[in-house]
Ligand binder design. Structure first.
Ligand code: FAD
Ligand code: NAI
Length: 509
């Protein structure tokens, strides 16, 4: 009896503490404190982008030490790992968006934000040319922003490899707008297939959903779409049950190349069980409004040209360099051999420049373009800028002490000042010794459908590979804990609960 009473008390206490913590974090989020106004004597640090890299930098940066200006066409941070769940409504888009205004309003020193695209970085004049490309424009919609220090974190755009028809006919999956477009298109294809007297051939085409690219984006989205069909669409639109069909197309011999061989095999087996048609060794060469044309490598090594009709096409073939980055690269001779983005040194300084750093998908490093890399680079740059500010402050104090020492005539005072100078010099040496950026790989996770996931996790000095339903629970808890804020965590958890209870919404809006 005592044991149960103890257990009850412990549970009661932890619920109380948990509730109080939750209430405090909600209160803190809703009522930010007063901020320190910018100091014109401080250096201006301009940050481009509000993605994984830039936001990780801002999170840890002491914004009182600089006049910080952020420029991005997106006034929110997007938690991309859950983006493939958005087009099917498993997660609502606002649940994975964190308003950027919330983020900067919680910083001690004021941060300025301009919703605009950086269209050109003039590294010699040290200005960024920015342009407001939103629907509503004021009298001034293009201007220049001067900088002392610049961090480029503009990410990447979708790679199309110049394949004809992709830009015109395919949907991408990088931004919230893309997810909404896919959602509309899938539902439109279904309702159009159900139109009175629709021909069987046209019905087959409209209900054929093709995903090109067997990287994690393509696999996760194909899996989510098939789940949507099995759990909801099949029930609410029974007439499509025999024709709705998801195909995943990949140029390489297998999907998810970054995972271990066992997990690749497990993923392909699961996709097969889900009845997703997997077409590997199939390189798409052309896209029209109703078909994709691909070169298929046959088992005997010969090539065959095939045409596949589709209703909705999602293109997920990786990253390409953004125009603003390409333009900057073309201005700097040291960048002439770089292809994947801005070449940087081990402190993320853009090669051939002074006072310009790059991070995340727009930089070319030995690491994969992932959120993990971008956020660790952001945290590293925050440490670097905080150290730079500390060094400058200490150097100023040192200079001041040396001036006092020069004026002082008393031996005892001079000795005390000498001690202080030695202390400051030691502190300067300490803050100046920042090691170069080192990436720590935590592992890779991907959802593969039917409430299963695959994980390659770094554990001690080795790797743990696992796949299945338990890994799916791990995937969900890991992503929930990684969400940006308590608000995001609660919204995502509620979305998952809502889908479990009521299913996904099949309306088109
Ligand atoms: P981004 O996060 O893309 O941010 C770029 C920012 O720059 C944006 O705010 C954008 O609006 C802004 N910008 C664009 N152009 C300009 C301009 N001209 N001027 C100023 N600002 C500009 N990685 C993982 O590690 N794990 C995952 O599970 C995972 N899942 C993913 C799922 C999907 C669907 C996608 C698309 C990617 C996923 N990634 C994942 C990859 C990850 O999202 C990227 O590697 C990461 O976003 C890179 O961060 P970044 O800061 O470099 O760029
Ligand atoms: P990706 O670059 O990882 O994969 C793209 C795939 O498309 C490649 O396998 C490529 O062979 C294939 N491809 C290219 N051209 C093709 C063509 N013409 N026809 C057929 N196939 C073609 O791209 P993805 O998935 O968009 O990922 C981008 C980055 O984001 C990667 O670094 C990835 O690791 C990361 N990411 C990580 C996730 C996770 O960890 N769960 C989820 C999504 C993205």
């Amino acid at each position: 009896f005592r044991f149960f009473r103890g257990l009850w008390r412990a549970t009661y206490l932890s619920v109380l503490v948990g509730g109080a913590y939750l209430a405090y974090s909600i209160y803190e989020t809703r009522y930010p404190q007063e901020q320190v106004e910018p100091d014109p004597t401080k250096k201006t640090l301009v940050v481009l982008g509000t993605g994984w890299g830039s936001v990780a930098l801002l999170k840890k940066l002491d914004t009182e030490n600089y006049n910080v200006i952020v420029i991005s066409p997106r006034n929110f941070f997007l938690f991309t790992p859950l983006l493939p769940s958005c087009p099917t409504g498993t997660v609502e888009h606002r649940s994975i968006m964190e308003p950027f205004r919330h983020i900067i309003r919680h910083k001690k020193g004021t941060v300025k934000f301009y919703e605009a695209d950086a269209t050109k970085i003039d590294h010699e004049r040290r200005v960024v040319i920015v342009s407001d490309n939103s629907d509503i424009k004021g009298d001034i919609h293009q201007t220049e922003v001067p900088f002392d220090y610049l961090v480029v974190g503009v990410g990447a755009e979708n790679a199309t490899f110049g394949i004809p028809g992709v830009k015109e006919h395919a949907c991408f999956l990088k931004e919230i707008g893309d997810a909404q477009k896919i959602r509309k298109k899938v539902m439109d294809c279904i309702e159009t297939a159900m139109f009175k007297d629709q021909t069987p051939g046209e019905k087959e085409r409209l209900l054929h959903m093709v995903v090109v690219g067997g990287g994690p984006t393509g696999v996760e989205f194909a899996a989510e779409l098939q789940d949507f069909f099995e759990d909801d669409l099949r029930k609410w639109v029974p007439d499509i049950a025999d024709s709705f069909h998801v195909t995943l197309v990949e140029a390489l011999p297998n999907v998810l190349p970054m995972f271990s061989k066992t997990l690749i095999e497990y993923t392909e087996k699961t996709l097969n069980e889900e009845k997703i048609s997997l077409r590997t060794k199939t390189m798409v060469k052309k896209v029209t409004d109703k078909t994709i044309e691909a070169e298929v490598t046959m088992p005997d090594g010969s090539k065959q040209y095939q045409v596949l009709p589709y209703g909705c096409l999602v293109w997920a073939t990786g990253n390409a360099v953004r125009p603003v980055v390409r333009d900057l690269m073309s201005q700097i001779p040291a960048q002439k051999n770089s292809r994947r983005g801005l070449a940087v040194n081990e402190y993320l300084v853009v090669d051939g420049t002074d006072g310009i750093w790059a991070l995340g998908d727009c930089s070319a490093t030995k690491y994969a373009p992932t959120a993990q890399v971008a956020s660790q680079q952001g945290a590293f740059l925050a440490r670097l800028f905080n150290n730079m500010a500390k060094t400058q402050n200490l150097e100023q104090e040192l200079k001041h002490l040396e001036e006092i020492k020069a004026e002082s005539k008393v031996q005892e005072d001079q000795e005390a000042i000498d001690k202080e100078i030695a202390k400051k010099s030691k502190a300067i040496r300490k803050v100046k010794t920042l090691s170069p950026f080192e990436y720590t790989h935590q592992g890779s996770l991907a959802y593969i459908g039917m409430e299963r996931a695959v994980a390659d996790i770094s554990w001690w000095n080795g790797n743990v590979a696992s796949g299945g339903s338990l890994t799916y629970l791990f995937w969900r808890s890991a992503y929930l804990s990684m969400c940006f804020s308590t608000r995001n965590r609660i919204l995502v958890a509620l979305d998952w609960m809502k889908v479990k209870i009521f299913g996904r919404d099949v309306s088109r809006y």
